[in-house]
Write a protein that binds this ligand. Structure first.
Ligand code: XUL
Length: 515
């Protein structure tokens, strides 16, 4: 049986068709910047003179969705054989509608029809950091501890609640016209169903509105966040819920109307399923536009520093999540600055440098950063002269050390860490991560873990095959990198050095860590 997993990420949409016996049989990728240049979003978001504002055009996502389905329809796969669809969306981004999602007409593109139902033309995405005032208001009202214990996170700039509060303040009329606020995941799921779909527990956790103790919207927080907010939020459901049937519009791509559409979720919860880390002990690191560290949680523990999060996962447990904004875009910037090839960046730099990099570190804040919170972008370094190889090592070691430093609140040791995402193939980065975490680093067959996780969730909901059976079949380990034990003291010391540098930097930004 065939299943479709779709991942709508920051920079593009990926489609994986998975045969529940044989594994991945088709793989298509649409890049927003390259395939849809008319949306002027080379990296998936619109230019803005304020570096803290990052929005995308939801109509671009719809055009990309159709472009990918068109490509899939001529890829040689019989799409009428697909028996279920689920998906993954970049987390936290919000789409504002003034009318219900319609049963789409076949004679017009989705983007043409959706343009009329948006109450806000653009969608703030996870890279937006412009809601510090709203976060502070939430913290003043409820206290960071209450927010953490209830929603799993302190008030966070990119989270949907503070974003909604800002919209209600700056555009009260448009907010009042809004009848439904979707996440990227529930919006695209609704588009497939031709009707408003619910939000799954895992993606709801990234909103500062969802109570992880009761698995319902928190009324007090919602009422404070914005007027009548509860009436504008979709329902919340477990991630394995079949939320509707595929709308007949999609028969133009040879998909069968009525096939089950399973609740979409966020990219990180999907990735946790797609890397096969179903039980505590193994963690995942996703090296994509954002770098994220995530792991199934043995025990509900929150981050007192306020940067780490607890989410519901897609399999009735909890997961931790720590997100770093300056991931692949920072690697791309340093690669371009060095004028080197990806082979050099991923591999050859390593033999021209030594672990520890003679103390050189580079804080890669090209964009405002979540972890630690840095609202004034600009890179900082503790060196003047460095070779290209040293610059690359300075970036990669800082990224790895920062992940290790800011995931320590989980008080869990991870003996195995699975890598996913574009940069997971970098052998240089694999060794640095192994040494910094003193853990075995593993890569698996598919680096598209979010779309694979979505396909696994579709298979699980339709056939009841377990995630552990699916990961056993389709998440084969293809490389392992062992930690070099003698490098442990060096990296422990560098972690302290990074922590000091971060504190100085945060101090010089006049942005303390929110408590
Ligand atoms: C997670 C986060 C990002 C986005 C985009 O909290 O903000 O990882 O999900 O990938």
């Amino acid at each position: 049986m065939l299943f479709l997993g779709i991942d709508s990420s920051t920079q593009g949409i990926k489609y994986l068709v998975v045969d529940s016996q044989k594994g991945v049989v088709a793989n298509i990728h649409i890049n927003f910047g390259e395939d849809l240049p008319e949306y002027a979003s080379p990296h998936g978001f619109l230019e803005n003179t304020n570096p803290l504002i990052k929005h995308s055009n939801p109509l671009m996502w719809l055009d990309a969705l159709e472009l990918g389905l068109q490509k899939l329809a001529v890829s040689g796969i019989d799409l009428s054989e697909i028996k279920g669809i689920s998906g993954s969306g970049q987390q936290h981004g919000s789409v504002y509608l003034k009318e219900k999602i319609p049963d789409w007409r076949k004679d017009k593109k989705l983007s043409e029809q959706a343009a009329d139902i948006l109450s806000r033309k653009t969608a703030p995405i996870w890279m937006d950091h412009s809601t510090s005032a709203e976060c502070q208001e939430l913290i003043t009202e409820f206290g960071a501890k209450m927010l953490r214990n209830t929603t799993g996170s302190s008030a966070i700039e990119r989270f949907t609640g503070p974003q909604i509060r800002k919209f209600a303040k700056i555009a009260p009329e448009k907010y009042a016209q809004t009848t439904k606020i979707h996440l990227v995941s529930s919006f695209l799921c609704s588009v497939l169903c031709g009707a408003d779909a619910p939000i799954d527990y895992a993606d709801a956790s990234g909103m500062n509105l969802f109570d992880l103790n009761t698995l319902t919207w928190n009324q007090k927080i919602a009422n404070f966040t914005a007027p009548n907010l509860l009436s504008k939020l979709p329902d919340v459901v477990p991630s394995n819920t079949i939320v509707g049937g595929l709308c007949s519009y999609f028969s133009k791509y040879h998909l069968t109307p009525g096939i089950p559409v399973i609740a979409w979720s966020g990219d990180n919860p999907n990735s946790l399923i797609g890397i096969g880390a179903c039980a505590p002990g193994t963690a995942g690191i996703s090296l994509g536009t954002s770098d994220t560290f995530f792991a199934p949680m043995a025990k509900f523990t929150t981050d007192p520093q306020g940067c780490g999060h607890v989410f519901a996962d897609c399999a009735s447990g909890f997961m931790s999540l720590i997100c770093f904004t300056n991931g692949s875009l920072a690697r791309e910037k340093i690669k371009n600055e060095c004028g080197c090839s990806w082979k050099y960046f991923d591999q050859d730099f390593a033999s021209e440098t030594i672990p520890g990099n003679n103390g050189k570190l580079l804080l890669p804040y090209f964009e405002a950063e979540n972890t630690p919170l840095v609202l004034i972008p600009g890179i900082r370094k503790n060196f003047i002269n460095a070779t290209n190889a040293e610059k690359i090592r300075a970036l990669l070691e800082t990224q790895a050390l920062s992940m290790c430093l800011h995931s320590a609140w989980q008080k869990q040791t991870f003996s195995h860490i699975r890598l996913t995402g574009g940069a997971s193939k970098s052998t240089g980065f694999q060794q640095i991560l192994a040494d910094v975490f003193q853990a075995q680093i593993e890569t698996i067959q598919s680096s598209d873990s979010a779309s694979l996780g979505a396909a696994f969730r579709a298979i699980n909901a339709v056939t009841q095959e377990s995630f552990s059976s699916l990961s056993h079949k389709f998440c084969k380990i293809i490389s392992t990198t062992a930690p070099i034990l003698s490098n442990a003291p060096l990296y422990n010391q560098k972690r302290t050095q990074l922590s000091t540098m971060e504190k100085e930097n945060i101090h010089s930004n006049k942005k303390g860590i929110k408590q």
